[in-house]
Design a protein around this ligand. Sequence first.
Ligand SMILES: NC(=O)c1ccc[n+]([C@@H]2O[C@H](COP(=O)([O-])OP(=O)(O)OC[C@H]3O[C@@H](n4cnc5c(N)ncnc54)[C@H](O)[C@@H]3O)[C@@H](O)[C@H]2O)c1
Length: 230
Amino acid sequence: MSTARPASLPTIKRLPSYLQIIENARDDGREFISGTVIADELELEPIQVRKDLAVTGIVGKPRVGFSVSELIEAISAFLHWNKVNRSILLGAGHLGTALMGYSEFRRHGLSIIAAFDPSPERHDLVINETRILPMDDLDDFIRREQPEIAILTVPSSVAQQTADQVIAAGVRSLWNFTNVKLKVPAGVVVQKEDLSSGYAVLSVKMGLAAHSAECSDDPAPLPGGRTSTI
Ligand SMILES: NC(=O)c1ccc[n+]([C@@H]2O[C@H](COP(=O)([O-])OP(=O)(O)OC[C@H]3O[C@@H](n4cnc5c(N)ncnc54)[C@H](O)[C@@H]3O)[C@@H](O)[C@H]2O)c1
């Protein structure tokens, strides 16, 4: 019987950090890992880590902790990272090229099978095994290859029309890096990404640290607890 529980968004966002630590433990030859060790590495409360890991349905053993291999498998399965998600990227400029160059995605099942850009000088360039193709090839490519995800790193001015085009051709999941709130039909999933939110957290931490340094020598905790890194 599964003991898995529904997951909140913050829990889902923390799981990749846990996975990284547990994979490091595996690479160090360890068979078990405790929630406390994971919590210490990430400066979280152990109860938070145990609650988060409960969503995977894996239960730790008293005084031993969690089986490293079981936990890796369970987190990967929970995140659907144990299957390949074929994706295309629209807009192979600065950000798009950086995403294509990030090999960790492939390790977690995100395979960028092609990129599309209107700029002729970029056509047929291959970045990290992904070829950049002309926009004219887009519709046929989607209908033929049926990618699950479209990654949007186009200028904001063309974000909606690009989304409309890939949806019309059959894509059902969009990872939107533009600052446009896309309008999509029911059944299409959109995740909007904004690096500014990470920068906002950093800025607040810096402000708290500066305030704390003025008041004492102790590091500043974030509101609600320890000096969290995530
Ligand atoms: N989410 C974030 O935190 C974040 C961070 C940086 C940039 N961005 C956004 O990502 C997007 C790209 O930024 P960038 O710095 O890489 O810009 P860029 O100008 O370097 O790249 C944009 C690319 O899109 C291509 N393009 C133009 N029209 C297109 C179309 N109709 N279809 C497909 N490709 C098209 C251009 O030829 C260019 O190669 C922008 O919308 C930017 O605001 C978001």
